[in-house]
Design a protein around this ligand. Structure first.
Ligand SMILES: NC(=O)c1ccc[n+]([C@@H]2O[C@H](COP(=O)([O-])OP(=O)(O)OC[C@H]3O[C@@H](n4cnc5c(N)ncnc54)[C@H](OP(=O)(O)O)[C@@H]3O)[C@@H](O)[C@H]2O)c1
Length: 263
């Protein structure tokens, strides 16, 4: 990646973590193309980021639609002539017991949380290879640890992690890096924007502390700069991630207790 200020494409930048990322990169004078469906909010973020020192243009669209994905990547190329960083951040939650998951809604969730990031990476690949750039996959602690009522959401983030893991190996020779970001709970409109079925949105595990989107954005920008592979954004995520993979019996016990509290 060039030493000059990067050209960054950020999806889901009308609010939450994506907006915080645009504002954080703006401080470094980054050139950005940001995307989300809400044109009015997106243009507001683009103006704010430009006032804060970046060069930020809004390209409104739905990342589950192929024509909008193509338009987004083309806009970055035509506006700035290159892409250094693609941040696949747009995503949605789904809170439901596994027996209540609506399979059509789950298919839509996969289209947004898994297919869109993969497809955008494919579309941006030539530019990313030229710049020896980075792809950021906004995963979650749910990408490595599934808790009760979050099976659908976790399934999409596990799938995203699988693609990222595979892609990292495939692209090693090309110089394109893959960064997976795993936040825990973050203070954004995420829970209100999630799908819910017969359950309260966002029952949060005991001990989880809510982070600010700015903290997650700051860690992400630093991790891109150092070309890290994974960033877990809090101690809570470190513990959950370790427990689910290294001491699964303990994780199963915690899961059972969480499920019992909810029933
Ligand atoms: N907040 C958390 O606790 C948390 C924890 C771990 C991981 N994450 C992950 O972090 C990412 C960002 O989450 P957030 O908390 O910032 O959520 P958020 O506040 O709900 O923001 C989601 C963003 O995605 C955009 N979006 C949704 N559907 C879209 C579509 N079809 N096409 C284009 N854009 C779309 C939304 O804008 P429009 O509605 O305008 O399209 C919005 O800008 C997600 O991938 C999420 O899974 C969040």
């Amino acid at each position: 990646m060039a030493d000059e200020v990067p050209v960054v494409v950020i999806t889901g930048a009308s609010m939450g973590i994506g907006k915080a990322l645009a504002m954080r990169w703006a401080k470094e004078g980054a050139r950005m193309v940001i995307s989300a469906r809400d044109r009015v909010e997106l243009e507001k973020v683009a103006r704010e980021a430009t006032s804060a020192g970046g060069a930020c243009v809004a390209e409104a669209g739905d990342v589950t639609k192929e024509e909008d994905r193509v338009r987004l990547i083309d806009r970055a190329k035509s506006e700035f002539g290159r892409i250094d960083v693609l941040v696949n951040n747009a995503g949605r939650g789904y809170y439901a017991a596994s027996t209540d998951i609506d399979v059509n809604a789950l298919a839509d969730l996969f289209a947004l949380n898994v297919v869109a990031p993969l497809r955008l990476a494919q579309l941006a690949m030539d530019s990313l290879k030229e710049s020896r750039g980075m792809i950021v996959m906004m995963s979650s602690i749910a990408g490595v640890a599934a808790v009760p009522n979050m099976g659908a959401y976790a399934a999409t983030k596990f799938a995203l992690e699988a693609i990222a893991m595979s892609m990292r190996g495939e692209l090693a020779e090309s110089g394109v890096g893959i960064l997976v970001v795993r936040p825990g709970p973050v203070d954004t409109p995420f829970r209100e924007n999630s799908i819910t079925t017969n359950t309260e949105a966002g029952v949060r595990p005991k001990g989880s502390r809510v982070q600010t989107p700015e903290a997650v954005a700051d860690m992400t920008v630093r991790a891109v700069r150092s070309r890290s592979s994974v960033v877990e954004t809090s101690l809570f995520v470190n513990v959950g991630s370790f427990a689910s993979r290294v001491v699964p019996p303990i994780f199963r016990l915690v899961n059972q207790r969480m499920a019992a509290k909810k029933s």
